[in-house]
Design a protein around this ligand. Structure first.
Ligand code: AMP
Length: 397
């Protein structure tokens, strides 16, 4: 199936072709016609499935009719959990809409708001925003929602996990009742469902369509997953060994704690490996610089905390490493979805220590398969991690 068959106009189809996309992904095939019909949509889909284009393309299509915007007004609001994701989504809006006459921008915290306020004066067709900064600017009356037509909640589960649920309710309260709502989330937890229910309380007739894109269908084929059981105190030596021995060209390395990130960078440096890190305590300018260096290939090894790494989209990222295994299976799937994207093959390696056993059971139960284990010569483990129980159900988080 081609993109034009989905009802997208030539300038959009051309922009997609320029990016090398050959055919719509499953989520795009399903979501685009629903969104074009004007219905609300609740979609369960991970990063890496092409979900951004799935909502951006039909929004561009339906906005591609001349309309004079009043000052400080917006037509579509895309809420995203982190500044990195907001920047990423806005960059995609610009790419997909490059042949159209529509304006877009991203607003997020951590930087001076004045330039953002100035750009809003003229009005913006598509605004991508993190919830906190959006509310700040709305309180300052730097923007008004009375002309808003579409609301998108991107990575809704992550916004909830990061404590933005109240902000989202506050934002929804300010929006016109008649609008289209689109919600994308890796999982629909009760808190996400409650937000989705909020949509249907508004006075509109069309019920929301729901679609689910199976994570297995999207992540598994292109990502080679394997794990190594380790003792906590040998992790950094093992990482250096793998980088050197296996001649890794690139790796995004996930770590749990901010201070651990800087420490690991120093430990790698001692072994002659140049790495850098991003985490919440680094300035926005620094994070942007490090990310740009990683994307351009200047920096080969990037250590990141899970939150800081959200929204990182690197076209051909070859490898992610779970230096620390994440607590939640969704986070694991999300992380490994950073590699093996849209046609490229990737590798996801996890370091698993004895204390991670329950998390491993939860992850492998969710994947419904055991992840391949590898033993690395010279790194025998003192505390062996048992093989998982596949129907493991965690009592509580
Ligand atoms: P997303 O799930 O939106 O984060 O997208 C994952 C990656 O897939 C991004 O790098 C997109 O540029 C890319 N992508 C999205 N749609 C397609 C498509 N139809 N064909 C090839 N690549 C795509």
């Amino acid at each position: 199936m081609s993109f034009s068959k989905l009802g997208l106009c030539n300038p959009i189809v051309q922009a997609i072709k320029d990016l090398g996309y050959k055919a719509p992904t499953p989520i795009q095939k399903q979501a685009i016609p629903i969104i074009l019909s004007g219905k609300d949509l609740i979609a369960t889909a991970q990063t890496g499935t092409g979900k951004t284009a799935a909502f951006v393309l039909p929004i561009l299509e339906s906005f591609n009719k001349e309309r004079q915007l009043r000052g400080k007004r917006i037509r579509a609001l895309i809420l995203a959990p982190t500044r990195e994701l907001a920047v990423q989504v806005a960059a995609n809006v610009a790419k997909y809409g490059k042949h159209l006459n529509l304006s877009s921008m991203a607003i997020y915290g951590g930087i001076d708001s004045e330039p953002q306020v100035e750009r809003l004066i003229e009005g913006v067709d598509i605004l991508v925003a993190t919830p906190g900064r959006l509310l700040d600017l709305a309180h300052q009356r730097a923007l008004h929602f009375d002309e808003l037509e579409v609301l998108v909640l991107d990575e809704a589960d992550r916004m909830v996990d990061m404590g933005f649920a109240n902000d989202i309710y506050k934002i929804i309260d300010r929006l016109p009742e008649v609008r289209q709502n689109l919600l994308f989330s890796a999982t629909i937890s009760p808190a996400v469902r409650a937000i989705a229910n909020e949509f249907s309380d508004d006075k509109r007739s069309k019920p929301a369509a729901e679609i689910t894109i199976s994570p297995k269908a999207t992540t598994a084929p292109n990502i080679k997953q394997w794990l190594i059981t380790v003792d906590k105190d040998t992790k950094s030596a093992l990482l250096s060994h793998l980088i050197n021995e296996q001649k890794w060209d690139q790796a995004l390395i996930f770590i749990e704690k901010k201070h651990g990130a800087a420490k690991l960078v120093a430990q790698l440096a001692k072994r002659g490996i140049e790495a850098d890190c991003i985490h919440g305590d680094r300035s926005q300018a620094m994070r942007e610089k490090v990310l740009a260096d990683f994307k351009s290939g200047k920096l080969k090894y990037l250590v990141a905390t899970g939150v800081a790494a959200r929204g990182i989209d690197i076209g051909e990222l070859s490898r992610v490493v779970n230096y620390d295994l994440p607590f939640k299976p969704e986070e694991y799937i999300h992380r490994i979805g950073r590699t093996g994207r849209a046609g490229f093959t990737g590798e996801a390696i996890s370091f698993v220590a004895m204390g991670d056993f329950k998390n491993l059971c939860a992850i492998e139960s969710r994947l419904n398969h055991i992840i391949d284990r590898k033993e690395i010569e010279g790194f025998p483990v003192r505390k062996v991690v048992p093989v998982s129980i596949l129907n493991y159900v965690r009592k509580s988080y």
